[in-house]
Design a protein around this ligand. Structure first.
Ligand code: HEC
Length: 218
């Protein structure tokens, strides 16, 4: 009985001391049982630093420094023509028309080369989820990315090219944005390739040019 009481008292004291004071405010430093990597020897932005004469961690920019990034950004800094192009054809960069709605037509010429570029980029960036033919059966489906839709239903076929461009640029739901990884031209190339996939999975014999039908045994 005495042992039971001692254990009981211990449990009560332990429970109250561990759980009872949760949420209480205190001015003393917290006790770190597992410090993990909470405290590291590193310079934080806008921190103080006695090493430099101005005592700031942040270093001023070297004169003449330019924005680092992708082709488009570099061009934007150096290339006057590019800036004009942006002013002349904003849809190419934003996928939106003057009233801010997704465009329904490609803002650049769709050539075979562009579609091929699209295929290349699609294979790298989209195929893992959306699958080789855009049926949503990419390799990630096996690993739990079950939300990836197919492009081959009426809903996705009805998306405008601007909608697809915007999904690539900004992402959607659990899909990441690809605006930093693909420049605008590459994004339109991917849109063109998505359209080609949609056509390939929803075509009839009549869509095959006559000269190829025999070759394909159609
Ligand atoms: C990590 C997996 C993943 C990758 C990679 C990925 N997507 Fe997606 N995508 C998704 C998921 C999930 C959705 C469904 C998003 C939602 O509706 O919530 C989706 C939706 C879409 C849609 C339909 C959007 C709509 O409005 O219904 C399009 C079009 C699309 N993706 C195109 C692409 C293209 C093009 C790429 C490559 C640049 C790409 N996706 C890369 C997972 C991915």
């Amino acid at each position: 009985m005495r042992i039971f009481l001692a254990v009981w008292l211990f449990v009560v004291v332990a429970t109250v001391s561990i759980l009872g004071f949760r949420g209480d405010k205190s001015r003393s430093a917290p006790r770190w049982v597992f410090p993990d990597m909470d405290i590291q020897a590193k310079y934080l932005p806008q921190g103080q630093n006695e090493f430099f004469a101005d005592e700031r961690n942040d270093r001023p920019m070297v004169p003449g420094a330019v924005l680092r990034g992708y082709n488009s950004d570099i061009k934007e800094v150096f290339d006057g023509e590019y800036v004009f192009a942006k002013a002349e054809n904003p849809a190419l960069f934003t996928g939106l028309n003057e009233s801010g709605k997704p465009v329904t037509e490609f803002p650049l010429e769709v050539t075979y080369d562009l579609v091929q570029l699209g295929q290349k980029k699609y294979t790298i960036f989209c195929q893992p989820c959306h699958g080789r033919v855009g049926d949503g059966m990419g390799i990630t489906k096996k690993y739990g990315m079950s939300a990836t839709p197919t492009y081959h239903d009426d809903g996705k076929r009805a998306l405008s090219v601007g909608d697809i461009f915007n999904t690539i640029t900004h992402g959607k739901g659990t899909m990441f944005p690809y605006g930093m990884k693909l420049n605008p031209q590459e994004r339109w190339a991917v849109v063109a390739y998505v359209r080609a996939l949609q056509l390939s999975q929803n075509a009839t014999v009549n869509d095959v040019p006559t000269q190829y039908r025999k070759e394909l045994g159609l």
